[in-house]
Design a binder for this molecule. Structure first.
Ligand SMILES: Nc1ncnc2c1ncn2[C@@H]1O[C@H](COP(=O)(O)OP(=O)(O)OP(=O)(O)O)[C@@H](O)[C@H]1O
Ligand SMILES: [Mg+2]
Length: 312
């Protein structure tokens, strides 16, 4: 079983209009609504790949109930954790005349101290049987900045493989527990550590920094420029084929799903990374966010170039 954790989910609505005009009423031609949030994205792709995955999601209010319905309708395994503050919306306006997206994301509301205590208990109970645990996205409110760290420690007691994909304080505290894998993108790395990530020396320093903290697999994602990763004395540079980018949101989540797929199949690290890079690329090439079929990813596998180097 693979368990993903999402503490800051959102209902992702897209309204399609020909052209948005400010200050007047526009009418939509079409609308879409999906359960969003990083861990849910990872669980969706894993489910599509035929792997047993469950999404632990913090939900609240009427919007939380709507979220749970959407997840269940998709057939994604859900472990809801109920709180008072309502689940938020993200509203994207897609202008069809110029293929332009404008997105408004509501802030997540902090939860109470009591809820945090209940959350810890429920989350710890829910990860007991996980072989792989994916902790994704931001944790709403300062009081939650240590929760990933604590869950990673708990998971390691059960020999669960852990993957941390977050930023800021939750990332800095989370890496104190030495997750198996981290996946910052460039902006997340730079904002969390205050260090630049441009030159080959910057990448070497970043890899060394995280390995010294006991993190085995360090994966840095760079959008259309691909992936740089480091594992057990080897570094990898993966480059996707150039594609027409349609909607890159969720590519990082798809990359994680691809790597998790590789891990469950006991593929060598290089191939796990190839699956991840191909999944990120396949996602960016289509409109739906993080809803890939396995065949879509397989198409891209041969189009990824991989350079591997032993570090001295
Ligand atoms: N336009 C693109 N063309 C080819 N590959 C892409 C493109 N965008 C993303 N990818 C692939 O997906 C991977 C993850 O993308 P990215 O670095 O944007 O993740 P992210 O910022 O974490 O995204 P998100 O948090 O929205 O899921 C990249 O490393 C790359 O391999
Ligand atoms: Mg990301």
């Amino acid at each position: 079983m693979i368990v993903t954790i999402t503490l800051n989910p959102l209902i992702d609505r897209t309204l399609f209009v020909v052209r948005l005009r400010k200050g007047v009423i526009s009418r939509t031609d079409r609308k879409e609504m999906v359960a969003g949030g990083k861990g849910v994205n990872v669980a969706r792709v894993l489910k599509n790949f035929g792997l047993p995955a469950k999404a632990f999601v913090m939900l609240g209010g009427h919007t939380g109930k709507l979220f749970a319905d959407l997840v269940r309708l998709e057939g994604i395994g859900l472990i809801p954790f109920w709180v008072n503050s309502p689940t938020r919306f993200s509203t994207r306006i897609h202008e069809t005349s110029r293929e332009l997206n404008t997105t408004l994301i509501e802030e997540g509301e902090p939860i109470t101290r009591d809820e945090i205590e209940r959350l810890r208990g429920k989350a710890i109970g829910s990860i007991q049987k996980a072989k792989i645990l994916v902790l994704s996205g931001s944790a709403p409110g300062a009081n939650l900045s240590t929760i990933y760290r604590d869950l990673i420690r708990e998971a390691h007691n059960n020999k669960t493989l852990t993957i941390l994909d977050t930023y800021g304080e939750a990332f800095l505290r989370g890496i104190e527990a030495s997750p198996f894998m981290i996946k910052p993108n460039r902006a997340e790395y730079e904002s969390s550590t205050g260090k630049p990530l441009r030159t080959a020396a910057d990448f070497r320093a970043a890899f060394r920094h995280f390995h010294d903290k006991g993190i085995e697999l360090v994966v840095i994602t760079l959008g259309k420029q691909g992936v740089r990763a480091s594992f057990k004395g080897e570094t990898f540079v993966l480059k996707p084929r150039r594609i027409k980018e349609v909607m890159p949101v969720g590519s990082g989540d798809c990359l994680i799903a691809g790597i998790v797929y590789g891990l469950t199949q006991n593929l060598p690290t290089e191939d796990c990374l190839r699956w991840g890079t191909a999944a990120g690329c396949a996602n960016a090439a289509v409109w739906p966010v993080a809803d890939l079929k396995k065949e879509q990813v397989e198409q891209y596998l041969p189009l990824i170039s991989v350079r591997k180097k032993h570090e001295g």
